[in-house]
Design a protein around this ligand. Structure first.
Ligand code: MN3
Ligand code: FE
Length: 455
């Protein structure tokens, strides 16, 4: 009895047909999928080592070992080596993460088309996990790793401050990575939102089509609420770093907070002086958006008030830096900036987007540094916490992109924007950073400080 056999395919079909949660999650899904085993030893041609699933509105109509014709007619071919399939089937990596990290490759079909069906894919994999356990005896997903409450080396909240550093023999270590970021922040982060001239922007705004205005209002309201959230939620991290006596990091983090505050100001100036809207904008905030910004971010950051463990710090930084800043803010500003530049409109907001991108790249560089330092200092338990936190949040983050586009007809999207553009950019950046942090498992603290100041 093997994975990717006919018996496995049929067991999977029965389990899918018996699963109410799959039927519900996949009710909007139409189209066949081939799950391809790329390094199968029996492989004679490129098209004969996969399982074909004909999936239709929550049903699995056919399941069998895929034929060449199945490969050619399927909407999606998802391909991976056995090690990667097992990572997913044993619950060690979420399917979305596996696709985004390139562990599972899309040999056929578009990522953009798959995105609206994140929950269907997740349910399918969950069912496949139970089948693999029953039929194949695969191990239970590692609950210890996934559980949010794992703590290692929990240190009691210090009530006493570490001795002052700048008057000690240590002084300030200008060569450390955070000090190099601080130097950059003092040169590049001193722009003033109040100095930006929005007069041309206002004229350009009035000439936009209603759906284009709606799209820009939507994106800006997501940016605005996001920037306010990160400004409010960064404080517990500053407190942890201060109490650990990491002076150089604390110096840099003062610029981090000040920059987030200016981002809040800059977007509000757009609403006040360009779009001239006064009403409530929260109707643009979708379910997944609220989940991340109202629940996950405040919970992960707020936890640092009572739990300063490396695991809690890692989960907070993944949420704040990797997901909110890395997947969402940076991608959003990149696409927003490109749209305005390509249309040659709103020079004031072009400048805002360019400045924000530069500021955020320093924030992300700090996030990568912090996570790498935690991995070097505390080893694999922290790496596992990072990886499982990314799995928890990535599907929802992608869902936010998808939900932002749901308001517009597929064949008539404002500015001809495709969700695919966002996802591709986010994926490339995300992979690069994930790999960077993973390298820290084999590195020393010296290597981590030798990071490029601008990644
Ligand atoms: Mn910001
Ligand atoms: Fe930021």
């Amino acid at each position: 009895m093997e994975l990717f056999s006919d018996v496995w395919a049929q067991a999977l079909q029965s389990a899918l047909r018996a699963s109410e949660s799959y039927q519900h999650a996949a009710r909007g899904w139409e189209g066949a999928v081939v799950l391809d085993w790329s390094d199968a030893p029996s492989r004679a041609s490129t098209n004969d080592c996969g399982v074909y699933l004909d999936l239709w509105h929550g049903d699995c109509r056919v399941a069998r070992v895929a034929t060449s014709a199945d490969y050619a007619s399927s909407r999606y071919v998802l391909s991976a080596d056995m090690a990667s399939w097992l990572t997913v089937l044993e619950g060690r990596m979420a399917p979305t993460t596996a696709i985004l990290r390139g562990k599972i490759k899309l040999k056929r079909g578009s990522l953009g088309g798959l995105m609206p069906h994140v929950s269907a894919a997740t349910e399918l994999v969950r069912v496949a996990q139970t089948v693999s356990r029953d039929v194949y005896g695969a191990t239970e997903p590692n609950k210890d790793i996934a559980a949010p409450n794992v703590n290692i080396r929990v240190t009691e909240a210090k009530t006493q401050r570490a001795p002052l550093q700048s008057t000690s023999a240590i002084g300030i270590r200008f060569n450390l990575f955070p000090m190099r970021l601080w130097e950059k922040a003092k040169r590049l982060g001193i722009w003033n939102p109040a100095d930006i001239d929005f007069s041309q922007d206002r004229m350009d705004w009035q000439r936009l089509a209603p759906d284009e205005q709606d799209m820009l209002l939507r994106l800006t309201s997501l940016f605005q609420a996001g920037e306010e959230s990160v400004t409010l939620e960064i404080l517990p991290l500053l407190d942890v770093i201060a109490r650990e006596g990491r002076l150089e990091e604390q110096l840099y983090l003062t610029s981090f907070l000040w920059e987030e505050a200016k981002h809040v100001e800059a977007f509000r100036r757009f609403f006040d002086h360009v779009a001239e809207v006064t009403g409530d904008l929260t109707h643009y905030h979708s379910t997944s958006y609220r989940q991340l910004f109202t629940d996950e971010l405040p919970a992960a950051m707020g936890r640092l008030r009572t739990d300063r463990s490396p695991i809690a710090q890692a989960r907070a930084s993944v949420t704040y830096n990797m997901i909110v800043e890395g997947v969402l803010a940076e991608t959003g500003y990149h696409v927003y900036h490109r749209v305005l530049v390509e249309r040659g409109i709103m020079p004031g907001m072009q400048r805002v987007a360019a400045l924000l991108k530069a500021d955020e790249s320093r924030h992300l560089a700090y996030g990568i540094f912090l996570l790498s330092r935690l991995v070097v200092e505390h080893g694999d338990p922290v790496w596992q916490a990072i990886s499982s936190r990314m799995d928890e949040l990535l599907p929802g983050a992608i869902q936010i992109i998808n939900e932002a586009f749901a308001a517009y007809p597929v064949d008539h999207r404002p500015f001809n924007l495709e969700p695919e553009v966002f996802v591709q950019f986010a994926m490339t950046q995300f992979q690069r950073r994930f790999d960077r942090i993973e390298r820290a498992r084999r590195q020393s603290i010296h290597d981590v400080h030798a990071l490029e100041a601008m990644e």
